[in-house]
Unconditional design. Structure first.
Length: 575
């Protein structure tokens, strides 16, 4: 009887405490999401009342606020070094990167509160850390209209941040203070698992929760194999036990379902693509936009709980596989800069959809797409979820970067890249790239005009470097990050994102009438160049009729032409 009374008292106390820590979502019966201020206030209460909760501030955001990180540790220790030494699995959760998709914000508030008061059990071998609201500027820009595809809540934040950036395209280029602070958080906690909570756009179907998982072929190594064969299936099984039929992220709107679909390719600009560069298993939960807000939040809560449960079960293996993968990255010599879908391989998945049909549009009178909820279906469909390596490069012994390219160097420092400064002016023989050709998008994309289809040539050159220039030796855990950001043909590298555009513009030139005389004098002394000029005239009739083009040809094959033009300023030490 005494034990029963004690248990009853505990339950009553927990109920009273839970009521005092109710969220806006709960008070509104699932109709509303929290405001930014109410969210932070709840976490402040939790950190004050419970010693298993710690609230930490990191850096700044473009909105002027710091990022708040809430950490739950069952044994009340809050040292990442200690967690690593004790082989605890660290789960980092990001919320509100798109504040019009607030499901994760509300679900995390309830989950961390329930963990603190003992309503749910988070095992001792798992640490969970959640960013309360990542896009604070967007969260404060509250409205009820911009998520026209979405079924609730009544009001919500806006996708763009205080710079009007989509932060889920910013993890590599780091234009925002949010991304720069995220890198600080990510490398401080060194998570084994990363979750970035979202709401979908696209097709209509029956599933409430879909899951975008880091592409296992791209993640690679022992951790990639474990993700695909063990961990990801365990999440689907766990969610099914909680009455959620989860489906892989539905990467289409109007496609023929019978043909299946290709898994989303999460390049490093995206959160899970970025975290995969450091052998972290990344997940982007995507609740379905048309499902009631209350169901979306509950399914997000249950997925986070499932992630914790499975992380605890597989903790030893997760730590071993990730450590092995990080070690393999240090020893790996060849890296892919791009991945292409393997159309010969697929997984058969169960998809619960609605039949897509046509009916007259009220707006135009023409036929329009709609999904007929009176015709649901369940079928096995093909998911093309295997990718092959493309654009493979061999990493150098070291990269050397002149110190003037400080924006690039700062981003390497943010990502804990180990680097050294040259102690004196030095001549070094190394490989240099020349940008031979590239294409550029014609409309801005997240503040940039990205380059693509980059073609380069490579040559051995003697380059003079100055004291203070940066040398980055490979053989470190950041090798994959280094290769994918510093190689000029990488799809998401710093060249693609315009960090080196100054080399694309010629800084010195000539007046034709003056160069005519200098060029003639130079040609008289250089018979090899005379021969090259004559051969090009024979091979190219348009060139033979173009005096300016011939002057330019001589100029660019003479010592008068500046060596820095089109020479990529990240050099490769290979010997």
């Amino acid at each position: 009887m005494q034990k029963f009374l004690a248990l009853l008292l505990t339950i009553c106390c927990n109920t009273i405490v839970a009521q005092s820590l109710q969220t806006t979502f709960e008070k509104s019966k699932g109709l509303e999401t929290t405001t930014y201020d109410d969210c932070i206030q709840l976490y402040k209460k939790l950190s004050t009342q419970y010693n298993t909760i710690q609230l930490k501030e990191f850096g700044k955001t473009d909105a002027g606020y710091p990022l708040h990180l809430i950490v739950f540790s069952k044994d009340k220790t809050f040292s990442p070094t200690k967690w690593q030494n004790e082989n605890k699995v660290v789960i980092l959760v990001n919320n509100g990167i798109h504040p019009g998709e607030p499901d994760g914000i509300d679900a995390s508030m309830m989950l961390l509160r329930d963990a603190a008061i003992g309503k749910i059990n988070i095992p001792n071998n798992v640490i969970i850390a959640a960013i309360a609201v990542y896009n604070i500027g967007g969260c404060l820009n509250r409205n009820s209209y911009t998520r026209v595809n979405q079924n609730g809540p009544l009001a919500y934040g806006f996708r763009g941040n205080a710079q009007n950036l989509d932060l889920n395209r910013d993890f590599i280029k780091s234009d925002s203070k949010e991304a720069q602070t995220f890198a600080q958080i990510f490398h401080y906690f060194n998570p084994d698992i990363f979750m970035d909570n979202h709401v979908s756009d696209g097709a209509d179907y029956q599933h409430t929760m879909t899951l975008l998982t880091t592409q296992q072929s791209k993640l690679g190594g022992p951790i990639g194999n474990f993700l695909h064969s063990v961990f990801e299936p365990s999440l689907y099984k766990g969610m099914k036990a909680k009455k959620w039929d989860m489906c892989p992220y539905v990467n289409f709107e109007t496609a023929n379902v019978d043909k299946g679909w290709t898994a989303f390719y999460d390049a490093p600009r995206y959160s899970s693509g970025y975290t995969s560069l450091f052998a972290t298993m990344g997940f982007v939960p995507e609740t379905h936009m048309l499902k009631p807000f209350v169901d979306r939040v509950k399914s997000t809560y249950d997925l986070m709980q499932t992630m914790i449960e499975q992380a605890a079960i597989h903790a030893k293996t997760i730590k071993e596989k990730r450590a092995a993968s990080l070690k393999a990255i240090q020893q790996q010599q060849q890296f892919a800069l791009q991945f292409k879908v393997d159309t010969t391989r697929f997984d058969a998945i169960e998809f619960k959809g609605y039949t897509a049909e046509q009916k007259p549009s009220f707006v135009s009178g023409l036929d329009r797409l709609y999904y007929n909820h009176d015709k649901p279906f369940t079928k096995q469909v093909k998911l093309y979820n295997y990718f092959t390596e493309d654009k493979v490069v061999t990493k150098p012994k070291a990269y050397i970067i002149p110190q003037g390219w400080h924006a690039v160097i700062e981003r390497l420092q943010l990502n804990k890249v180990v680097m050294k400064s040259l102690q004196k002016d030095t001549m070094i023989q190394l490989e240099a790239y020349k940008i031979e050709d590239y294409k550029t998008i014609t409309r801005p994309y997240e503040k940039h005009y990205r380059h693509y289809d980059v073609k380069v040539s490579k040559s051995k050159q003697q380059i003079r470097f100055l004291k203070g220039d940066i040398i980055v030796y490979t053989g470190q855990m950041a090798d994959r990050f280094l290769v994918e950001t510093l190689e000029p043909t990488s799809d998401d590298g710093y060249f693609a994102w315009n960090f080196f555009d100054a080399i694309l513009q010629q800084k010195e030139g000539y007046s034709d009438y003056r160069w005519e005389d200098v060029a003639a004098a130079y040609l008289e002394k250089n018979t090899a160049l005379q021969t090259s000029l004559q051969q090009k005239r024979k091979q190219d009739s348009a060139f033979a009729k173009n005096g300016s083009a011939q002057l330019d040809f001589v100029y660019k094959n003479s010592p008068y032409y500046e060596s820095a033009h089109l020479r990529y300023p990240v050099y490769r030490l290979v010997d």
